[in-house]
Ligand binder design. Structure first.
Ligand code: APR
Length: 239
């Protein structure tokens, strides 16, 4: 069975953030040219912002959704998919990202705790669906036929992330926790390393810079995700 750093590993939890998609050309949030450098998240990524100016919010997410067609998964996404296919134990992938690059990189299991750019949700009937197309207040819900009720199925600031019960159960049962390309500034994801540590897991951070929680990890792999993820996956599959 696989070993990492002299330790038997059967269950792995991987958390990814915007940094894993950066080399695919998807802007991160807090880097120098990041999304939150250009837009105030409080005017775009909150339920109140959507109530106040839905047209602005629809435009922001329609633009990000249409850009997905211009970007491709990178070797870090593909390396994680290979780990999920070939690792002898269990690999649970949870992402803060709302892009579809993990899926397009070959991952069959992806837990989107912050929702998905390609997903829409009807605030009236709860209908969920996927689309690559723009939608706005004039769009009709495929479920109930209403207009003015569709929203991006994205978890905004102040809303509760998806799948937290499963994520916490996975963190409570893993031997290895790997965080890739996340600044560690947004909870609950930034606290996952503590849950893993509480269970006695070995923790590894891959980031090109220090994050807000770097000091909580046993191991830091400082560098680009496309380099460091491939190297770590090779190590984990070497046994
Ligand atoms: N390789 C490795 N790490 C990288 C790379 C790269 N090529 N490029 C950037 N990074 C790292 C940065 O150093 C930073 O630590 O990725 C991280 C990106 O941080 P953020 O932009 O804050 O993105 P993230 O941590 O995913 O944000 C979390 O905040 O606004 C919310 O919902 C949004 O899901 C997002 C959440």
């Amino acid at each position: 069975m696989p070993y990492f750093n002299g330790r038997f590993i059967e269950r792995i939890v991987v958390l990814t953030g915007a940094g894993i998609s950066a080399e695919s050309g998807v802007p991160t949030f807090r880097d120098a040219d990041g999304l939150w450098e250009k837009h105030d998240p409080m005017t775009i990524a909150t339920p109140e912002a959507f109530q106040r100016d839905p047209a602005l919010v629809y435009r922001f997410y329609n633009a990000r959704r249409s850009k997905l067609a211009e970007v491709s998964p990178n070797s870090a996404h593909e390396s994680l998919a290979r780990l999920q296919r070939e690792f002898a134990g269990d690999v649970f992938l949870v992402t803060q990202n709302v892009d579809d690059l993990h899926e397009r990189g070959g991952s069959g299991q992806v837990c989107h705790m912050h929702g998905e750019l390609l997903a829409l949700l009807c605030t009236k009937c709860g209908h969920g669906d996927y689309t690559h197309e723009d939608f706005d207040a004039s769009s009709r819900c495929p479920g109930c036929g209403s207009t003015g009720t569709l929203r991006p199925d994205i978890v905004w600031f102040g809303e509760f992330p998806y799948h937290m019960d499963e994520i916490e159960a996975r963190l409570g049962g893993c031997e290895l926790f790997i965080a890739i390309g996340t600044s560690g500034q947004v909870y609950p994801a930034a606290g996952f390393v503590r849950l893993a540590l509480a269970r006695g897991a070995t923790t590894v951070e891959i980031n090109r810079e220090l994050s807000d929680v770097t000091g909580l990890f046993h191991h830091q792999r400082r560098g680009l995700a496309t380099v460091e993820v491939a190297a770590l996956v090779e190590e984990l599959l070497a046994y």
